[in-house]
Design a protein around this ligand. Structure first.
Ligand code: PEP
Ligand code: MN
Length: 333
């Protein structure tokens, strides 16, 4: 970080600024000429309050040289992180496929879907027991009953489960059942939930917020990691743009961008991005081609009867085709 002082700043004010920065633990390198003064901060600048510095009338501007996220940054951890869940590897060139219904609805529904996705190579079973719905009148999920059904499906198929934790109140119960805790798009900046997830020893699937920048997503990962849990899997699930034909706009460029910035694995959710089942396969292929570490796909054997997100759910037969295409594309890249 470089603090650019205004031309003509009295020497005493520059000294004060330098002392202030040193008092919070920064090493300051001063570079001064007739009409300029730059204070270069060396070392850990996490504790620097940029907004306070900008409020100083003698400060012209602040230039950031490094990213504000450290633990999530590739600079300090050049190798890809690989997160392992019951023997399934996510990241570092391994493609992980998570599939299952949007919501757990019944034993028969979950078992039928779990068996069908397992048969064609899905490694992780998804299914929401606590659902974040836009309308309070929509199906809210089966709650703990849904978690019990997920446990049953895991016992039969051997697939680890990923399910959403929506709030602090049900954190412990979801954590007890889940193998991967999902933090949904709407909660990406729920900082209390992120801190709590940081104290868990379960991997966290952190979905990008509807209008979050890549840096904000990585700062949310940083929240989890700074509490001690470094097992964070990122997920691009589409962002809100002016386009209304699709439910969201899948930001494919986020994948190579995040690969550059971070060592954390990043997977894609084409179901919530498109909102339309017919687009799920093409977007899945594109995601793997741009370097995603996996996919999370909604599958339902009777999408026309689904209690949530039927329009974007693939029937098992279509999921078979998708797996075939993905396997072929993964071999090329
Ligand atoms: C989900 O995966 O079930 C979900 C609600 O996704 P998102 O948080 O991305 O909307
Ligand atoms: Mn859904």
């Amino acid at each position: 970080m470089v603090v650019v002082m205004k031309a003509g700043t009295p020497a005493v004010e520059i000294d004060k600024m330098q002392e202030n920065l040193e008092s919070i633990g920064c090493t300051v390198h001063r570079s001064q000429g007739e009409n300029y003064c730059l204070l270069g901060l060396i070392g850990d600048t996490r504790k620097v309050n940029q907004s306070q510095l900008e409020a100083n009338v003698f400060v012209e501007k602040i230039l950031r040289v490094q990213h504000p996220f450290k633990l999530a940054s590739r600079v300090f951890h050049p190798q890809d992180s690989i997160i392992e869940v019951d023997g399934v590897k996510i990241g570092g060139g391994n493609i992980a496929i998570m599939a299952g219904p949007c919501s757990v609805e019944s034993e028969e529904q979950l078992m039928t879907i779990a068996r069908s996705v397992k048969e064609v190579g899905a490694q992780i079973l998804r299914g929401g027991a606590y659902k974040p719905r836009t309308s309070p009148y929509s199906f809210q999920g089966l709650g703990e009953e849904g978690l019990k059904l997920l446990k049953k499906a895991k016992a039969e198929t051997g697939m680890p489960i990923v399910t959403e934790v929506m709030c602090l109140e049900n954190f412990d119960v979801v954590e007890a059942y889940a193998d991967i805790l999902q933090i949904g798009a709407r909660n990406m900046q729920n900082f209390s939930l992120l801190k709590k997830a940081g104290k868990s020893n379960k991997p966290i699937l952190l979905k990008r917020g509807l209008s979050a920048t890549i840096e904000e997503l990585l700062m949310s990962a940083e929240y989890i990691m700074s509490e001690g849990n470094t097992k964070v899997i990122l997920c691009e699930r589409g962002i809100r743009t002016f386009e209304t034909y699709t439910r969201n706009t899948l930001d494919l460029s986020a994948i190579p961008a995040i690969k550059e910035l971070s060592h954390l694995p990043i997977i894609v959710d084409p179901s919530h991005a498109a909102g339309r089942w017919a687009m799920v396969e093409p977007l899945s292929k594109a995601s793997i081609a741009v370097g995603a570490d996996g996919l999370i796909i909604e599958v339902h054997h009777e999408p026309e009867k689904a209690l949530s997100d039927g329009a974007q759910s693939l029937k098992p037969k279509k999921f078979v085709q998708l797996m075939d295409k993905i396997n072929r594309i993964a071999k090329i890249y």
